[in-house]
Ligand binder design. Sequence first.
Ligand SMILES: Cc1cc2nc3c(=O)[nH]c(=O)nc-3n(C[C@H](O)[C@H](O)[C@H](O)COP(=O)(O)OP(=O)(O)OC[C@H]3O[C@@H](n4cnc5c(N)ncnc54)[C@H](O)[C@@H]3O)c2cc1C
Length: 326
Amino acid sequence: MGSLRGGSGGEGRNEDGGKVGLPALEVALAFPQATPASLFPPAVSDYYQLDDLLTNEEKALRKKVRAISEKEIAPIMTEYWEKAEFPFHAIPKLATLGLAGSTTKGYGCPGLSLTASAVSIAEVARVDASCSTFILVHSSLAMSTIALCGSEAQKQKYLPSLAQFKTVGCWALTEPDYGSDASSLKTSATKVPGGWQLDGQKRWIGNSTFADVLVILARNADTKQLNGFIVKKGAPGLRATKIQNKIGLRMVQNGDILLNKVFVPEEDRLTGINSFQDISKVLAMSRIMVAWQPIGISMGVYDMCHRSEPHLSFNLQLSFYWSIPI
Ligand SMILES: Cc1cc2nc3c(=O)[nH]c(=O)nc-3n(C[C@H](O)[C@H](O)[C@H](O)COP(=O)(O)OP(=O)(O)OC[C@H]3O[C@@H](n4cnc5c(N)ncnc54)[C@H](O)[C@@H]3O)c2cc1C
């Protein structure tokens, strides 16, 4: 088996010294009969006939996102999925998609229609679901919260560099004991001179191990209502640790966040978040985008299956098996 494995992590160890104890598998060597996912096949049809519903502008964007995803992004992702690491060198390529900031107008954001944004995310997910998740967390959660709930000064300060992926955002709502029931979260925000003090824990927060801008949702110790804060990377008392050995979306770096007396200046409190209702409008939009990911994944699976058409299994084409009702 040793010869089937790439040597980047060294014999018997993951690069991060992870518990699995084996370096990343080199797919092309391990499964020579498979076309590597890095050579993403062209689309065989517009299966859901989405193009019929799109404007010419939206169709052009879809085509552009598909081309960049197939040619520029797919070749990078298989290796990073295997290693469960983030490909930082892919960020400039992701920036060329022009999707960060999605429906937001101004501040360097593309001001896309909701449909264009959703179809584009599906196109990225068609090639790589981790990659679309990374964009979603950055754009539809972190950036949307600043765009919808931030002050004019906050939008001007943070959105332009996030829109170009010069900085990366994350968005922290979930806690170890509050996931589905997020509105009961316990992280506290206490008023102190000049700003706020945050104390608590967050879990599963995508991009959090390296994000420059962390949008943190916390409970106001006085009003008991939800408030939002922009915390910057490296803030004293802030710690984000990668959740190891995840099976799905392996390239996405999900973190456990510890907030120990983290000071946030008053200017970084998101003034538009004064209750859970205020964050619901962000969730309403991001959930639409999340729902388009499985559509994109299904499109990718369909195209990948067609790639195998000439391949024979038990002397029959794979398409023969598809026609057998389950
Ligand atoms: C890959 C990944 C990325 C994520 N990224 C982020 C992020 O960037 N930011 C962020 O804030 N969060 C993030 N999350 C967290 C995500 O939002 C939560 O995992 C989700 O809200 C579910 O919470 P939980 O994991 O605590 O599960 P739980 O709430 O414990 O639910 C476990 C199961 O119980 C079921 N269940 C829960 N309550 C009930 C009930 N009352 N009745 C019946 N069934 C119930 C649920 O449907 C589920 O099947 C991410 C999670 C994952 C896996």
